[in-house]
Write a protein that binds this ligand. Structure first.
Ligand SMILES: Cc1cc2nc3c(=O)[nH]c(=O)nc-3n(C[C@H](O)[C@H](O)[C@H](O)COP(=O)(O)OP(=O)(O)OC[C@H]3O[C@@H](n4cnc5c(N)ncnc54)[C@H](O)[C@@H]3O)c2cc1C
Length: 454
């Protein structure tokens, strides 16, 4: 069974997808809404609104930020130049069907954004193709899909009870193998693999593309997709700068109050806010205890992106990336295949490393970042032409980059978080099979509309 099928089976068993939980029946059962409110103009909210619009249903999106896109956030690092980098979502996966379809629909071009990875480990630099894992790890990694497919559903589910680091240790891999897996895999989950469930890790790696969905990018910036979707939905349906602070439900429907006092009313609501923000809303009636506990239990990954503009692309090849055991952690060429002499290396740090980099004054941060690359390139300070930073752990509307399901949480928390509450449906990347991806956000937004209209 694939992760997607697992989720559906679990949800149906618990009645999570379509049936109300015991004790909080839906007020408007089976009634097709005339007007739906949506909290959040990230990809999930936009995908839901776009689908509702196609079904002829009026929508109003309330978005706290002054822009659409949420955690898809493109940025021009050099004033006056067209180069674009991503401070949020970077890669479109080759398996991410809906993102690819929507790009086609909106005439957006995807380009090859795959990299070949150098390694800096224990002060030594090894170029891509020149370093490897032990033969034992190589064999395990090359056969992980076969390994995964042979497991029974029960065995797979049991893997949710063990962390990925312990699983690899118990397999007897060398310290070096596990250290490098930690460096590589923690960039996917945004925290140490000691916090990541083996089920989440193996399911993702077994079911992903060869480059683990780090395949493509939208030409001109990933935020062109949410912008195009917003234009298709219509600006009169999207209210920016409207932070929802209260949700009241009654037999008449749902009434939202924003922080600025404005009030919006409709038949039903789709809430796509990340869990931290869901908990900040005053819910009347209050959310069920099980839901509140699940919202409190889910952590989000602390990822920081710290792009450095260099006056020249000293790294030599466009598809350069490099994983290091320094504080800068993972570096990739953020301006790959974009014209210009200057180029950007993005330092992508996770967990405590991201927190530390964020806390430093600019000069100290830059020094830590450049020091991570020193074993490969020596002193780079004379080539620095600018720097930037975005730490998602302190983003005021998500307090994290994406959800990080810990040990035992995939099967326990997600079905509860997916349950509708009276006339409110919940969506977002944290509730999707492709969790942590743009694809997941879109899938989740579209799925709740299907439930709403079924
Ligand atoms: C650093 C980083 C790297 C990533 N890398 C990738 C990648 O390479 N590939 C990939 O596919 N995905 C990646 N992602 C994940 C991807 O960005 C997300 O999965 C997706 O964008 C989430 O969309 P969403 O609609 O669920 O949530 P969001 O984009 O967070 O949208 C929710 C919206 O709700 C708004 N909101 C919150 N509270 C309120 C409120 N009370 N009232 C009104 N509005 C509110 C927020 O402002 C936000 O705009 C990355 C994310 C980050 C941060």
């Amino acid at each position: 069974m694939k992760r997607r099928d697992f989720l559906q089976a679990t949800a149906l068993l618990g009645g999570a997808l379509t049936l109300p939980a015991k004790g909080y029946p839906n007020i408007l059962p089976g009634k097709k809404p005339k007007h739906v409110l949506i909290i959040g103009a990230g990809l999930s909210g936009l995908a839901a609104a776009y689908k509702l619009k196609k079904a002829g249903i009026k929508t109003t999106i309330l978005e706290a930020r002054n822009r659409v896109g949420g955690r898809v956030f493109s940025h021009q690092p050099v004033k006056g130049e067209s180069q674009t980098i991503e401070m949020g979502a970077e890669w479109v996966g080759a398996s991410h069907e809906r993102v690819i379809e929507l790009c086609q629909e909106f005439d957006l071009k995807l380009f090859d954004n795959r990299f070949e990875t150098d390694l800096i480990y224990h002060g030594k630099h090894e170029k891509a193709g020149k370093w490897s894992f032990s033969p034992e790890m190589e064999t395990f990694w090359n056969n992980k899909k076969i390994y995964w497919d042979k497991l029974s559903d029960k065995e797979k589910e049991k893997m949710d009870q063990m962390d990925w680091w312990r699983f690899l240790s118990r397999k007897g891999f060398s310290d070096r193998d596990i250290d490098i897996r930690e460096l590589l895999d923690s960039t996917d989950f945004g925290e140490s693999i000691r916090k990541v469930s083996t089920f989440c890790a193996l399911a993702e790696y077994a079911e992903s593309s060869e480059k683990n969905e780090m395949d493509l990018k939208i030409q001109g910036g990933n935020d062109l997709l949410p912008k195009k979707m917003a234009a298709a939905i219509g600006s009169d349906s999207i209210m920016l700068g409207k932070k929802v602070s209260k949700v009241e439900q009654s037999r008449e429907g749902v009434r939202l109050t924003c922080a600025n006092g404005e009030v919006y009313q409709a038949d039903q609501l789709i809430c796509t806010a990340p869990t931290y923000m869901v908990l900040k809303i005053d819910w009347q009636p209050v959310l069920p205890v099980s839901m509140t506990e699940a919202l409190q239990g889910l952590q989000y990954a602390r990822i920081g992106k710290f792009p450095v503009v260099f006056s020249e692309r000293f790294w030599g090849r466009e598809n350069f990336d490099c994983v290091t055991d320094g504080v800068g952690h993972y570096f990739y060429h953020g301006t790959k295949d974009q014209p210009g002499k200057k180029g950007v290396l993005v330092a992508y740090a996770i967990g405590d490393k991201a927190e530390v980099l964020h806390a430093q004054p600019k000069e100290a941060r830059l020094k830590l970042i450049l020091d991570s690359l020193r074993p490969a390139f020596g002193d780079l300070s004379h080539l620095v032409a600018g720097e930037n930073s975005y730490y998602w752990g302190k983003d005021q509307y998500s307090y994290g980059a994406y959800a990080q399901y810990g040990i035992g949480q995939w099967f326990d928390l997600m079905p509860i978080l997916k349950r509708p509450f009276k006339s409110v449906y919940f969506a977002g990347e944290h509730l999707a099979d492709w969790q942590g991806f743009m694809e997941g956000a879109i899938n989740s937004g579209e799925e709740v509309v299907e439930q709403m209209l079924s």
